[in-house]
Design a protein around this ligand. Structure first.
Ligand SMILES: Nc1ncnc2c1ncn2[C@@H]1O[C@H](COP(=O)(O)OP(=O)(O)OP(=O)(O)O)[C@@H](O)[C@H]1O
Ligand SMILES: [Mg+2]
Length: 325
C-alpha cells in the first residue's frame, strides 16, 4: 500500500494545514485490515524517494495507492507513475488523471466542455490581475493545485477585485501556487462518490452538506471539515427531488469519464438557486479516513468501510485482469 503519512510536527515556517492531505497511521492500519481480508499480505510503503528502491527489491504484485505524493502540482501523479515505470499494477487513476484533477483549472478545462463550471480566472502572474475585473462578485479564492481544503480557510470570499487580489497574494506567499478565483455559487453543496470503471461505474451515494449555521456564504472550509460534527449535517440522499438527484448522478458520471477516472473518485458540485449544477472539482484520490472522509460517509448506506476499501481493490483488479470473473 503506497501512502504518505502525516508528520507529527509542522515546521515553524509552514502553514498549519501543510500536511492536511496526508494520511494518519490509523487510516493506513484500517485500510490494511480491510485489504487483509482479501489478500495474504499488505506492506505499507512510503511514497517518497525511497519508493523506487523499495519496489525494485521485488515481491510486490499490486499497489493499493492512497499516496498524495510530495512536490508541486504533479505530486499526486508521481507514485502512480513510479508503479508504471516498475511495471506494477496499481489501484485508482493513472498519472494523467491524478495530475489533471489536482490542478483545478486544468480539470475545469476538460470538464467544462460538457459540464457547467463557475466563471473563473487563474492568477499565475501580475498580468492576470486585470482579468479579475471581468468576474461577477462575490468570488472564492482557492489555491489552484491543492486539495483537502488546504488554503481554503475562514475567509476565502472576496467582494471586489482588490479583495480577490490580496487573497491571491496571500496564497502565493503561504502555498507558493497560483490561485483560482471562482465566482461564488450560493446554494446547496453536494459531493458524489463513484466506484468502478467505464462503462460500468456506479454512484455510491450523493451527499448534501448542510451548514449548521445558516447563511448565504457557507464554505466547506478546512475549519468546517476539521470540526464537521459541530458545523454541518450530512444528508444521504440529499433533500432534493428524484429528478435533480438523477441529474447530479449523471453529471458526476460524465465528469468521471471526461477526466478519465478509474476505480473510484469523489466529485464536488454546487446547485445554485435556479437549479443549475456547477462542477467544483474532482478528487481522483479521495481520503479514506474511516472517521472523517466524505466518501466513507456518502457510501455508508450501501457499503461499510471494509466493503468500500475492498470494492476499490476488486474494481482495480478486474480492470487490470479483465478476464477475471
Ligand atoms: N465556486 C464556488 N462557489 C461556492 N463555493 C465554493 C466554490 N469553490 C469552492 N467552494 C467551497 O470551498 C470548498 C472547497 O473547495 P474545493 O472542493 O474546490 O477544494 P478542495 O480543497 O480541493 O476540497 P477537498 O477537501 O474536497 O479536496 C467547497 O467544498 C465549497 O464549499
Ligand atoms: Mg472539494
Amino acid at each position: 500500500m503506497l501512502n504518505n503519512l502525516r508528520p507529527g510536527k509542522i515546521p515553524a515556517d509552514m502553514p498549519d494545514d501543510c500536511f492536511e492531505e496526508f494520511d494518519s497511521c490509523d487510516t493506513v492500519a484500517c485500510i490494511r485490515a480491510a485489504l487483509l481480508e482479501l489478500v495474504a499480505e499488505v506492506v505499507p510503503l512510503c511514497a517518497d524517494r525511497t519508493l523506487p528502491g523499495r519496489l525494485s527489491e521485488g515481491g510486490f504484485h499490486f499497489a493499493f495507492n492512497i499516496a498524495e505524493g510530495t512536490g508541486r502540482r504533479c505530486r499526486e501523479a508521481v507514485p502512480a507513475a513510479v508503479c508504471e515505470l516498475m511495471g506494477i499494477p496499481y489501484s485508482a487513476s493513472d498519472p494523467l488523471t491524478l495530475g489533471l484533477t489536482l490542478d483545478k483549472a486544468m480539470a475545469r478545462r476538460v470538464v467544462g466542455s460538457e459540464v457547467r463550471v463557475p466563471g473563473a480566472v487563474l492568477v499565475q502572474r501580475e498580468a492576470d490581475f486585470a482579468a479579475l475585473e471581468n468576474l461577477c462578485y462575490p468570488v472564492i479564492v482557492k489555491p489552484n493545485d491543492e486539495g483537502s481544503s488546504k488554503g481554503i480557510r475562514d475567509n476565502p470570499i472576496a467582494d471586489d477585485p482588490a479583495g480577490a487580489r490580496s487573497r491571491c497574494e496571500r496564497l502565493l506567499r503561504h502555498y507558493g501556487c497560483p490561485s483560482l478565483v471562482e465566482e461564488f455559487i450560493e446554494g446547496i453543496e453536494v459531493t458524489v462518490g463513484i466506484l468502478g470503471n467505464t462503462p460500468q461505474e456506479r454512484v455510491l451515494g450523493v451527499m448534501e452538506i448542510e451548514p449548521v449555521t445558516r447563511g448565504a456564504r457557507f464554505v466547506y472550509s478546512l475549519e468546517v471539515k476539521r470540526d464537521w460534527r459541530k458545523c454541518v449535517t450530512y444528508h444521504v440522499p440529499p433533500r432534493l427531488d428524484a429528478g435533480t438527484v438523477t441529474m447530479i448522478e449523471e453529471t458526476a458520471i460524465r465528469a468521471f469519464r471526461l477526466l478519465g477516472c478509474r476505480d473510484f473518485a469523489r466529485i464536488d458540485f454546487r446547485l445554485d438557486r435556479s437549479g443549475t449544477l456547477f462542477f467544483l472539482e474532482c478528487n481522483a484520490l479521495p481520503g479514506l479516513d474511516p472517521a472523517n472522509s466524505d466518501i466513507v460517509f456518502l457510501s455508508a448506506n450501501a457499503l461499510n468501510y471494509r466493503q468500500l476499501v475492498q470494492g476499490i481493490l476488486v474494481e482495480a483488479a478486474r480492470r487490470e485482469a479483465p478476464s477475471t470473473p
